[in-house]
Design a protein. Structure first.
Lengths: 249, 249
DNA sequence: AAGTGGTCTAGACCACGAC
DNA sequence: TCGTGGTCTAGACCACTTT
């Protein structure tokens, strides 16, 4: 067996054994979290990485291909391997499941209603699995599709990860790209819990609909690459002309 | 280049070129559709398949691993490669996203209300992208979780794929496994469109709730391995104690 | 033309499960 | 102990993109 920086006693015991290519995956992921390469940047080619890590090029390839599976990396033949960005068309829609009936997906605009630093309400604390005295930013937005309001959302962001939000007067429409570029927080996966509810007076006012109409309520928890919960949001969505799309494989 | 059964002129033109391992994937998938191996059966090992197809073992491996990605195959180290079944725990939950609030997933029971052969209504015809005179079986079911009715669903199955359903008095609870074993139709992926609606008098009666409560309405289209639409279903789900769960990566 | 990732092959060895 | 899939390496060649 060659001498490489991933050699360790565990490799021989079979107890906590991790295959080399998985160790490489973890290592590269960690380097990305530490911003050795930022989103959009190109990694060294397979042979250079292999030499640097003391493994074969084939092992590096398997690791890099694994990381494209989780959307952390993007590989382009003849060009190179890049840290994924939340900017390209595909990424932008990756976490936007609300579609106008009979249409193809389109990105909504967003109108910021407020951004305030508050003590987290109970449901938010529980979503984050955090301590009761947690401080969060509360972002209230209305989203606009087809020139009408379609979603009212409350977004909760932990103060500890988003300190620099304090005092901001406006936010970009594409929040996940903003998290990535400004806070080095890349949304890696989300869990949505979808319920139906009846429009309240507030819903009716904010979405220009009638009290009593049926709405979709979506509670989302978003995780970053390193597994932290970085966002909790509650979206109330018009359901007369819009739906939530899920494709399962 | 070796002489193998996948050699063809296209391989040299670069126009409709498909890598060998993809051709092997398609070939194996086709053999499964043709029932050379049925769900649950074991395939020959990598070397035998490689010899049979005239490619190297590494190429077969890449193809088989690709088919585990789409859940068509299951591989178990030390045991073999198997055609996936809709019976194991994981598969059973793969397409059941309705969860009781605060609980872990559990499989609902189903009560068959009716099974009739009808001329497909307009919305069903359009879901199948079919001709107006399409004949379908309409299955009406109530699903039971936590000892109460939680979902009322209408399921539409094309007569041409499901002839043998005619005259049946009862159906199993786990329909997708039933489709697979009785009709050689394996559900490969589903598209759900989720909306909110208000409970009608019929909903209220069938689900033992009140008129006017908010419900989730889920329209599902299910595709088989070879890409046919084999099922269209409309589910009306109680939303007071249940939600639809989506995990996106 | 140079440099990148993609494909294909070949062989050695390891880990796992069944017998 | 045997047969399976899993890992790791090595090298040749192909396809794509940029310069």
């Amino acid at each position: 067996m060659t001498n490489n920086r991933f050699d360790n006693k565990l490799s021989q015991t079979g107890l906590s054994f991790q295959p080399l290519y998985m160790q490489v995956e973890e290592h590269v992921k960690q380097l990305i979290v530490e911003q050795r390469w930022k989103p959009g940047e190109m990694l060294p080619n397979e042979f250079k990485l292999a030499e640097e890590l003391g493994v074969s090029q084939g092992t590096v390839r398997k690791a890099l291909n694994g990381l494209t599976g989780t959307k952390i990396l993007t590989r382009r033949q003849g060009v190179g391997t890049f840290v994924s960005e939340h900017t390209n068309q595909h990424s932008l829609y990756r976490f936007y499941p609300i579609i106008r009936d009979g249409k193809t997906p389109e990105l909504p605009k967003a109108e910021l209603l407020s951004l305030t630093l508050i003590k987290a309400p109970k449901n938010v604390v529980s979503a984050f699995g955090a301590k009761a005295n947690m401080k969060v930013f509360e972002v209230l937005r209305r989203r606009i599709l087809n020139n009408e309001f379609c979603i009212f959302e409350k977004i909760y962001l932990p103060y500890v990860y988003f300190r620099e939000l304090e005092g901001l007067e406006d936010l970009p429409h594409t929040l996940y790209h903003f998290y990535q570029t400004q806070f080095n927080l890349t949304v890696q996966d989300t869990t949505d819990r979808i319920k139906a509810d009846i429009a309240s007076a507030q819903d009716a006012k904010l979405l220009a609909i009638h009290i009593g109409e049926a709405l979709l309520e979506v509670e989302r928890i978003a995780h970053s690459i390193d597994g932290k919960i970085i966002e909790f949001r509650i979206s109330r969505c018009r359901s007369d002309k819009y739906h939530y799309l899920v494709e399962s494989k």
